[in-house]
Design a binder for this molecule. Sequence first.
Ligand SMILES: [Zn+2]
Length: 370
Amino acid sequence: MIINQKRLIEEFIELVQIDSFAGQEREIADALIEKLRKLGCRVTEDNAGKTINGNAGNLIAKLPGNSDKPTILFCAHMDRVAPGNNIKPIIENDIIKSDGTTILAADDVAGIVAILEGVRTAKEQNVDHGNIEIVFTIAEEGGLNGAKALDVKQLEAKFGYFLDASGPVGTIVNQAPSHKDLDLIFYGKAAHAGLRPEAGINAIVVAAEAIANMNIGRIDFETTANVGVIKGGSATNIVPDQAEVNCEIRSLNEDKLQAQLEHMIAKAEKAAEKYNTKIDIKVTDCYPGFIIPETEPVVALAVKAANSIGIEPIIEGTGGGSDANIVNGLGIPSVVLGLNFQDVHSKNESIAITDLIKSAQFVLSIIENA
Ligand SMILES: [Zn+2]
């Protein structure tokens, strides 16, 4: 066993106990800056914190190589979801969990410690490596806002690995959809519902007709759409003059995403036209998608690294978005690696020590096999 299990667990326990909500990563960032410097990295912090009104930026660390192997990027996020303050981790045999009052924050502290311990071990074992870049982002949860403000000009890596997926260690996520939000406001006309209903236009009815005519759910194997929120009306005796409908569309295929978006907008416009009323339409690009062929170096190296330590590589797509979507969009081909954390974003969240060790070994193996 090359990985120092005791040190890895201690670092995990230490870091989950540092509170770190999105936008409030200062304390964990300071702890990580110190650890990265001890590893021999030059560490800078970009201005993303200012952009999002947070108290820390993305950390960008660079470890100079000792060979001419390619520069590799490793990335994990520093923030976590609620309830994630005052975490009291408990170790039971091979499992680490919280005391049940909070999440565990294995998402994404497991990714952070796998990177730190993998790189640390590579140094201790005098492994030949190219330049290594490590990015610890802020504000991944709730909008990938740290990555969106990442100062990517500082990076020279040809490809990257994000440690932030569920699924067994060995999982290599090489595709993820684009995602757009569609926000619709249907306008009606208010009137007293008992005295003069015929003078009103019921915005809820207009919205309902539009939604009823939309194809949503799974559109095809690579496209999904959802109507997630509907708000409108203020009292039963008033014909509502406004109804708001919030939708999302995701697809691995940009053309299909656009077609689905246009379909939903067309149904909204048709309903508004039928009732002779107006709508507001707002489309938001949440993040771009990516599909990286298995022949690309970033995937091929991960497969080779997994095989060389006896971990089964599992190449698969996801329906979700992560910082990797943003960084792929910024021009650095990147895949997401599975950490096998369980029940993330819940108080039942847990991770096996065996998997923490495997992830650190996987990072080390990627460095060795590059
Ligand atoms: Zn995460």
